[in-house]
Unconditional design. Structure first.
Length: 260
């Protein structure tokens, strides 16, 4: 396939508008239509999730089963890709392989969450087939899945798994910045909620520490314009949002830069 381009997933100026499963106001989540609507609204990045089919294809899907999105009590990994394509998700959309989504939007940046243990290799294969290593970021709640996928995609950008982030966050809270930097070596971003239960995670100090280390801070899932303005005002680099249309307007208005 030839050499891949060096990753420029985070090369463009921020703040980043990361469309959570696309824009689902008039389209089913995680479909080609949702991605198209997100990009048309001005999203800079697409956030999506990958499961694996019975026949080993990386398929775009957040849930491990079809109950919520299609009203069927069956797991994604019990169906072939051909069977999943026949399921109507609404608005003329169905399940799509990751490779097809990458091909459909050849310049779009994809933030890919590897959801299933068996999805690591199929995800990497789809990214390599699409020659898209330079424009994807790999993450996963599971450190094992994240590492397995990364090993097959040299040079790919990556965000911290839950365990890596927790260790780095604890180190930073205790003032061990050097240890936090070592823990986050090779990590491009941390992607976290503003709070875990009652613990306030995203603070100005935390953001400063991450920036000193060279790591971006992306916050999920932020849908309220006032919260968007406040988070951007304290320096977060990206908003992972179901309402990328609103985030684009907030950033365009520039209120966060004025401290409003």
């Amino acid at each position: 396939m030839g050499p891949e381009r060096r990753s420029d997933f985070l090369a463009s100026p921020g703040p980043r508008v990361i469309a959570h499963r696309g824009l689902s106001l008039e389209a089913p989540e995680n479909t080609l239509l949702a991605f198209l609507k997100a990009l048309s609204a001005g999203a800079t990045h697409l956030e999506t999730d990958v499961q694996v089919t019975l026949d080993g294809v990386a398929v775009v899907s957040h849930d491990a089963d079809l109950a919520r999105v299609a009203g069927r009590a069956v797991r994604v990994d019990r169906l072939t890709m051909a069977e999943l394509r026949r399921i109507d998700l609404g608005a003329g959309q169905s399940f799509v392989p990751l490779g097809e989504a990458l091909d459909a939007f050849p310049e779009a940046r994809f933030n890919i969450d590897v959801k299933a243990a068996g999805a690591a290799e199929p995800t990497a294969y789809a990214v390599l087939e699409a020659r898209a290593t330079w424009r994807v970021l790999i993450t996963s709640f599971s450190e094992g899945r994240r590492r397995r996928t990364m090993r097959l995609l040299p040079g790919v950008a990556t965000a911290a798994s839950a365990s890596v982030f927790l260790n780095a966050w604890l180190a930073s809270r205790l003032g061990f910045t050097g240890r936090a930097k070592r823990i986050l070596r090779g990590i491009a971003a941390v992607q976290v909620p503003e709070r875990y239960w009652h613990v306030h995670v995203v603070t100005p100090r935390f953001i400063r520490v991450m920036h000193d280390i060279g790591v971006e801070v992306h916050v999920w899932t932020v849908n309220d314009p006032a919260t968007m303005r406040r988070l951007l005002g304290i320096g977060v680099d990206g908003l992972i949002t179901d309402r990328c249309d609103l985030a684009v307007r907030v950033i365009a208005a520039g209120d966060h830069e004025k401290g409003i």
